[in-house]
Every structure is written in C-alpha cells, then in structure tokens.
Design a protein around this ligand. Sequence first.
Ligand code: ZN
Length: 75
Amino acid sequence: MVILFGKKKETVPAIYTVETCTACGDKVRRVFEEGDYVFLSKGESLCKNCGSSSTMMVSAIYGEYPPEKNAAPST
Ligand SMILES: [Zn+2]
C-alpha cells in the first residue's frame, strides 16, 4: 500500500521504500522497486550498519514530491 500526500496532480512523486534492520534497527531509504510492500523481507539485503544479512525488512513505503522550483521566496 502506498500513501500519497496530495499536492499537484501533474507532479509525479518519487516513491521511496524504507527498510529497517531487524537486528540493529538501522533504517535505509531507497527508491521503490516493483514488488515492494511493507513487511517484505528480501533475503539478499545486507545491513550496511551491522553487516547482518537477511535482516532488512520493509517498514514503510511513501511517495515524496520533489521541491517546487516555482515556490522560491525570492522575487
Ligand atoms: Zn543492522
């Protein structure tokens, strides 16, 4: 399930996946890949923090809009 925070429809949000290491709790954000879902555990994932393998679990998936270029406060 992907939760998007509405803004402009013409702006395509970047989808990110957050993986949490179940061994040390380290969180890693990466670009969403097809097939990702919350609580998914990929066997090939390696924790960069503690080095444990098969401990990375998807904890969140969210869409993030890029910063608006037109919203600059300078005149
Ligand atoms: Zn870890």
